[in-house]
Write a protein that binds this ligand. Structure first.
Ligand SMILES: *[C@@H]1O[C@H](CO)[C@@H](O)[C@H](O)[C@H]1NC(C)=O
Ligand SMILES: *[C@@H]1O[C@H](CO)[C@@H](O)[C@H](O)[C@H]1NC(C)=O
Ligand SMILES: *[C@@H]1O[C@H](CO)[C@@H](O)[C@H](O)[C@H]1NC(C)=O
Ligand SMILES: *[C@@H]1O[C@H](CO)[C@@H](O)[C@H](O)[C@H]1NC(C)=O
Length: 236
């Protein structure tokens, strides 16, 4: 019975280790300094920090055998300077009693990521489908969430990199922007006012004055400067 219980506990323990392997408990940005918090009151005891099972700090009976004392706080926290991708992985802190039994352990998985770059909003006026197609361009589109805003108001249902809106909804005073977010940072594009007049299917505008003047044979030029616009079919 005791053996069975021990086996189950062991299996659960292994299962937990497995589950922890891929998930991130702590996130850090490349280049950042990060403190891995460990709180222990009596540091006369032996302290050890490992990274991916390699000892990076060890103190026994007050003597530092591995690593730099200045990287360890008074409670045993570890300061990681200038994070790199190689800084990622498993970190473990352990404290032993002087009689050799384990007193306290701390075990976390650190993921290191780049901060997201600022995205750029680009768009195409598509007169054929009567829509404007917006795109949130970003140089490294990994693990990102997208969001869209009109005049700082979030479009709650729009979460993909592209957005299509009806030409009817385009009002020049409206400012569109998009944001990208990963687990450590968020950046927004500049606000963009959409103008769909100059496009692949341009509106050709003739001053009406000219038309009337031609019809009237040059005589009696009156006129308000109004434009008559003709929408051309795009020729692709
Ligand atoms: C530690 O392991 C992680 C994967 O879990 C890896 O990304 C990282 O480069 C490793 N770092 C070192 C120094 O071994
Ligand atoms: C080791 O020392 C701690 C604290 O002094 C004590 O609580 C624990 O029972 C000891 N264990 C053994 C096996 O002596
Ligand atoms: C991305 O969006 C999902 C669903 O809205 C959310 O659960 C998750 O935390 C977001 N991830 C990031 C990195 O923002
Ligand atoms: C970012 O966080 C989400 C949960 O919010 C998670 O599903 C995803 O795997 C994380 N991305 C990375 C690269 O760890």
């Amino acid at each position: 019975m005791a053996n069975l219980v021990a086996a189950i506990i062991l299996l659960e323990f292994l299962g937990l280790l497995d589950a922890n392997k891929d998930t991130c408990d702590v996130y850090g940005a490349v280049g950042q300094n990060l403190m891995l918090p460990f709180a222990h009151k009596d540091l006369k005891n032996n302290l050890k920090w490992t990274h991916n099972n390699t000892v990076i700090f060890q103190r026994m009976k007050g003597k530092v055998l591995h690593g730099k004392p200045e990287d360890i706080s008074s409670t045993g926290s570890l300061l990681l300077k200038n994070l790199q991708f190689a800084s990622a992985g498993n970190y473990k802190a352990s404290v032993w009693h002087s009689n050799g039994t384990l007193e306290k352990e701390w075990d976390r998985h650190l993921c290191v990521m780049d901060k997201v770059p600022k995205p750029q909003l680009t768009y195409i006026c598509d007169f054929k489908s009567n829509a404007v197609k917006l795109h949130c361009s970003v140089s490294k589109p990994h693990y990102l969430n997208y969001s869209w805003m009109i005049d700082e108001r979030i479009l709650t249902n729009e979460k993909t990199q592209s957005l299509s809106i009806s030409l009817m909804e385009v009002k020049e005073e409206r400012r569109f922007s998009c944001s990208v977010e990963n687990n450590i940072s968020k950046e927004s594009s500049d606000g963009v006012r959409l103008t769909c007049k100059t496009s692949s299917a341009p509106l050709l505008c003739f001053p009406k004055l000219v038309v009337m003047a031609v019809l009237a044979g040059g005589a009696g030029l009156r006129g308000n400067r109004v434009c008559e616009c003709v929408k051309t079919e795009s020729s692709d």
